[in-house]
Write a protein that binds this ligand. Structure first.
Ligand code: AMP
Length: 223
């Protein structure tokens, strides 16, 4: 199954994507994570992209598209994958359709996570992540067991560079201006399934499962 996780920053795409990985056993491709890893490794492309994402702006389409094209051609993507944070513009969506058609496949579903703006800001401003293993926490809603240390690997937690108040505002504006128009694109193609995602991750995942099971049944049980 090929799944797109769609929604504004803070909607829970990463959290829900990780649960789908465990459930379906297909890889999750997060373009945001790819950019953070490339920047940490100090590659020229990673450093160029960092100029955009650290300020909350979208990275130019040509950079993102090249990375995704290479990643989805990898052998572990043959029985499906989850895209988290891609596509984010209509150009990226059109390019993705072309890439998949070239491989003789197509998108199965776009999960659109809907969360109130106030809740998004609350989640992003309290978010802490582990730079070592990628686990995410929230200072109030999901604190680590030991203050500021990752429960999984013990590494010190950090706030993402783009979770600063200024970058959060820019990211929400980028979403409204450039990414939200994609909703109509996928709606027209009959791929969009909206999931109410204001409450806790377990409840949201219950809805995600239900939708994916329906989509799977529509394909004759194919995962
Ligand atoms: P995320 O981890 O999905 O919140 O992404 C972090 C940042 O990486 C975004 O705010 C963008 O600056 C950049 N980014 C990630 N995916 C894309 C994409 N598909 N197109 C453009 N920029 C992206």
């Amino acid at each position: 199954m090929i799944i797109v996780m769609f929604g504004p920053p803070g909607a829970g795409k990463g959290t829900q994507g990780a649960r789908i990985v465990q459930w379906l056993g297909i890889p999750k491709i997060s373009t945001g994570e790819m950019f953070r890893d490339l920047a940490a490794a100090g590659t020229p492309l990673g450093l160029e992209a960092r100029n955009y994402w650290s300020a909350g702006q979208l990275v130019p389409d040509e950079i993102v598209v090249g990375l995704v094209k290479e990643r989805i051609a990898a052998p572990d993507c043959r029985s499906g994958f989850i895209l988290d944070g891609f596509p984010r513009t209509v150009t990226q969506a059109e390019t993705l359709d072309g890439m998949l058609a070239g491989q003789g496949s197509a998108l199965d579903v776009v999960l659109n996570f809907e969360v109130d703006k106030q809740e998004l800001v609350r989640r992003l401003s309290g978010r802490r992540t582990c730079p070592n293993c990628g686990a995410t926490y929230h200072v109030d809603a999901l604190p680590p067991q030991r203050e500021n240390l990752c429960d999984h690997c013990g590494h010190t937690l950090a706030r993402r560079a783009d979770d600063s108040p200024e970058s959060i505002i820019t990211r929400l504006e980028e979403y409204r201006g450039k990414t939200a128009p994609l909703l109509a694109y996928y709606e027209q193609r009959g791929l969009l399934r909206t999931i109410e995602a204001n409450d806790d991750p377990d409840s949201v995942f219950g809805r995600v499962r239900q939708v994916l099971e329906e989509v799977g049944r529509g394909q004759g049980g194919r995962r």
